[in-house]
Design a protein around this ligand. Structure first.
Ligand code: ADP
Ligand code: TRP
Length: 325
């Protein structure tokens, strides 16, 4: 099975991205018979982020995170979307098969354009789903693991692909299936709302220890005095700790909360220490790649070459059926 997914380079990955998307996708890529294509959607991020230097930094941080968590680049492929020009070429062909109302009705477009106001809405934001369809169809992907908000974009991809297949009476494109794991919970941020780059409530597990601790100390808690028993199930620090700790560790912290004489400050310190020990290897590998541009570049360039080989075959097929060869 060929699995493909893209991550926009619009920020550094946080604990929510890691537990909600990165770790599950790596597990999927490790299953026998699966081969995974993972790219950094830097062209998509141009719809919201125009500064090249910031974008480059995010691209590096995303690639370094995947590598730090053990994404196997011998078996799988990782690359930058902008380096394989076939994405934009295919997007044009698909533009000509996409009905305008389909784009106008896209919820993600409506949400984003409502926030921006009409003068700031670019044509790129409008045709964003077409580039996404090109990303997927270019690689004959069977399965696309994404968050719930992306379901509509995958449906649009299937509609566009069907329209091309129907026109040319052949199987030009593979119709992809979304893989949306409803069980994956929404990881809370330090204020209890969904952890997100855009809410500024996230935990960056790769930060320097002091900065990491500062953020963890800011996790919201109630005002129960230290001596009194506390309800762990109502507490964000406990929830975050439970997501990464072993069963015994969770049971021990639960007893501590319920016994009293144990404050939120103690729990935060334990969470902080657990992040440092649990992710020690990943933190080291992340730093290695962030400080060794040449190593990171080597992996991305090798990925680009593998991706381009597949992309060229698909483009050849498309050019032939459409009469451009
Ligand atoms: P953000 O909200 O920080 O901008 P993205 O929309 O870029 O995150 O999401 C990238 C991936 O990470 C998606 O697959 C999304 O489902 C997942 N993800 C983001 N935030 C969370 C969270 N708080 N809990 C679980 N998964 C998340
Ligand atoms: N739109 C996706 C997001 O914001 C990112 C993305 C771009 C993508 N191209 C893709 C995801 C292709 C899956 C497949 O999360």
């Amino acid at each position: 099975m060929r699995i493909l997914t893209g991550i926009q380079s619009s920020g550094r990955p946080h604990l929510g991205n890691i537990l909600g998307a990165i770790v599950p996708a790596i597990q999927l890529s490790e299953q026998t018979g699966n081969e995974s294509f993972l790219f950094i959607a830097d062209l998509h991020s141009l719809t919201t982020l125009r500064d090249g230097e910031t974008r480059r930094e995010y691209v590096r941080a995303i690639a370094a995170t995947w590598l730090a968590f053990g994404y196997d680049t011998d078996k799988n492929t990782i690359w930058r979307q902008s380096r394989v020009a076939e994405h934009t070429e295919l997007a044009w062909y698909l533009n000509c098969f996409t009905p305008m109302p389909m784009l106008q009705n896209a919820t993600s477009f409506k949400d984003k354009s409502d926030k921006l106001g009409s003068s700031a809405v670019s044509a790129g934001l409008f045709t964003y789903p077409i580039l996404q369809a090109a990303d997927i169809l270019l690689y004959d992907a069977h399965l696309v693991p994404v968050g719930k908000d992306q379901r509509q974009h995958i449906e649009m991809t299937r509609d566009i692909a069907s329209s091309v297949n129907h026109q040319y009476g052949s199987e030009v494109f593979v119709l992809p299936e979304p893989r949306i794991d409803e069980r994956i919970m929404t990881i809370p941020g330090i204020d209890g709302a969904k952890m997100s780059k855009s809410y500024g409530n996230y935990i960056d597990i790769f930060e320097a220890p002091n900065d990491l601790y500062k953020v963890i100390k800011k996790i919201k808690s109630d005002s129960t005095p230290l001596e009194e028993p506390k309800n762990p199930d109502m507490d964000i620090t406990f929830q975050l700790y439970s997501l990464i700790a072993s069963d015994e560790q969770v049971a021990q912290m639960r007893r501590n909360y319920e016994a009293g004489g144990y404050g939120y400050g103690h729990a935060k310190k334990e969470l902080y220490e657990l992040i440092l020990t649990k992710y020690a290897t990943e933190r080291e590998r992340f730093d290695f790649y962030m400080n060794n541009d040449a190593e990171l570049e080597k992996v991305l360039i090798a990925g680009e070459e593998k991706a381009r080989t597949v992309a060229r075959q698909t483009i050849g097929r498309v050019r032939t059926v459409m009469g451009f060869n």
